[in-house]
Design a protein around this ligand. Structure first.
Ligand code: ADP
Length: 486
């Protein structure tokens, strides 16, 4: 069977290579985290399929590059329109495949998928800084040339959204793409491949190979004909990929995990602080940017905890297709067990469980109760990324202590600062180590702004010119005023 029907949509289970569907001898099983139902058997690619896809992408490269930003832009705008026409289908598909809320896919995520494509197509046409400047009569001409085939490896927590942060700028820059989606969530990428065909994107420009990370993923990142590797996922996998990339000196961009602090100061609006803290449970805590370490000034800790509990009590956990649900299931049994393992070990160590701390037995399946833990300093639960609905709360007495705790992990992805006094917030943000800091807000993301992680949270930045710095070969052509025959 080469198609599966999910939420009324027909999704091809084969790879998409050189504009055609390609099967594999072997398959892997895809189940839904929503209700554990069997979704289908998906083609399981490896070295052979990766070789085919990279060859197809290489063959298509010259023609795609030659179209220029305007020619490519016309097709990418059409693709964005097709995404918009299919928002409902994509939303339903993604929810069944990864268990995130249908309402946020409908109203937030899928519209942003279209925007990601449109934004980068427009940026390549209108905003790339093709500077020209003079050096003693010589002209420096800066250009952003296409670089080749990009290997894109993506995670399961926001499958199509995160993929298009990479696909958008790569295609707009004139590169061609081989995408390896996460094995737990292959469906939206396959459906998206059909949309690229309908948009008229030439065969071979965009390819999808499905499969396991250690098979298809490993073959892709080790390929010698790859110009760029862009990866979003975990630190251990990033280390494996970096070693493979080192053999070919392939440039890479990494967006990895975090253990971000959410700082609540004595001068904070505590209602706002509680609201922002509860937001960290969004997507069942499966968000790399989540501020999972709540650090509260001791003078307001009790008042904050009270407001937090009141607000958290209103969270509705349940079927992600229900419009009134706030938190759905975790992605997969393996991941659910990982989260439970963290919490069980915290309990065994004697850490204080303030709220939750166990599976939601009323719902069964992959539902884990929103959890708040008050750990001792240095505990595993407050230093390691859990990637689930598990927040930690600790107190501090001074700004110095707050900063030491906030900066005291190996990560540096994001930070949330809640303070009512501008000068105070400014003083704190200057000292925080993080790629993105939100002050009295969370998750405001503008594609013009840089996005990425410090320390072990990543390598490189995405957004605006930063994306093109990575995907393009930036060239300076210096032209002399002398030596001309005319
Ligand atoms: P998680 O453990 O949470 O699934 P990973 O970082 O392992 O996170 O997975 C993110 C993506 O990386 C997935 O698409 C996965 O298939 C891929 N991946 C895993 N291992 C490798 C590998 N050795 N080489 C390339 N890609 C990999």
């Amino acid at each position: 069977m080469t198609f599966i029907e999910v939420a009324g949509a027909k999704v091809d289970t084969r790879h998409y290579i050189g504009g055609a569907r390609v099967a594999s001898a072997e398959t892997f099983t895809n189940t839904s985290p929503v209700d554990g139902s069997f979704l289908g058997e998906i083609a399981r690619g490896g070295q052979t399929e990766i070789d085919l896809a990279v060859a197809a992408a290489n063959k298509a490269f010259k023609g795609w590059a030659a179209l220029g930003p305007v020619g490519r832009g016309e097709l990418l705008m059409k693709l964005a329109e097709l995404v918009e026409e299919n928002i409902e289908t994509l939303a339903q598909l993604e929810t069944m495949d990864n268990g995130s809320l249908l309402r946020s896919h409908r109203r937030g995520v899928m519209p942003r998928v279209a925007m990601n494509i449109r934004f980068f197509a427009d940026w390549a046409i209108n905003h790339l800084a093709h500077e020209k400047f003079e050096t003693r009569g010589h002209t420096n001409n800066i250009s952003w040339d296409p670089s080749g085939v990009c290997a894109l490896i993506t995670p399961w927590n926001a499958p199509l959204m995160l993929a298009t942060w990479k696909i958008g700028p790569a295609l707009a820059a004139g590169d061609t793409v081989v995408l390896k989606p996460a094995e737990w969530t292959p469906l939206s990428a396959s459906f998206f491949a059909d949309l690229t065909k309908q948009a008229g994107i030439p065969d071979g420009v965009f390819n999808v190979v499905q499969g396991y990370g250690r098979e298809a993923g490993a073959a892709l990142v080790a390929h010698t004909d790859i110009a760029r590797i862009s990866f979003t996922g975990s630190v251990p996998t990033a280390k494996v990929i970096a070693k493979a990339a080192a053999d070919n000196l392939t440039p890479l961009s990494f967006e990895l995990g975090g253990k971000s602090p959410l700082l609540v100061f004595e001068d904070a609006d505590l209602d706002l602080a509680a609201e922002l803290a509860v937001e960290q449970y969004d997507n069942a805590g499966q968000v790399c940017l989540s501020g999972t370490r709540i650090l509260v000034h001791e003078a307001v800790a009790d008042a904050f905890a009270e407001k937090f509990r009141e607000r958290a009590a209103k969270i509705k956990q349940g079927d992600p297709r229900d419009e009134t649900t706030d938190i759905g299931p975790q992605i997969h049994q393996v991941h659910f067990d990982r989260i439970k393992g963290f919490v069980d070990r915290a309990k065994a160590e004697g850490q204080t469980i303030v709220m939750g701390g166990e599976p939601n037995d009323d719902l069964g399946g992959l539902f884990f109760r929103p959890t708040l833990i008050q750990p001792s300093a240095g505990a595993e639960i407050v230093t390691q990324e859990v990637f689930g609905p598990v927040l930690c709360m600790q107190t501090f007495a001074t700004d110095e202590q707050a900063l030491e705790m906030a900066n005291g992990t190996e990560f540096g992805l994001a930070a949330v600062v809640v303070s009512g006094i501008r000068e105070h917030a400014e003083k704190i943000t200057k000292e925080l180590v993080a790629g993105t800091i939100w002050v009295n807000c969370f998750f405001v993301r503008d594609l013009r702004a840089p996005f990425g992680g410090s320390r072990k949270s990543g390598i490189g930045r995405e957004g605006g010119n930063w994306s093109f710095d990575f995907y393009a070969d930036v060239k300076n052509t210096v032209v002399s005023p002398n030596g001309w025959k005319e």
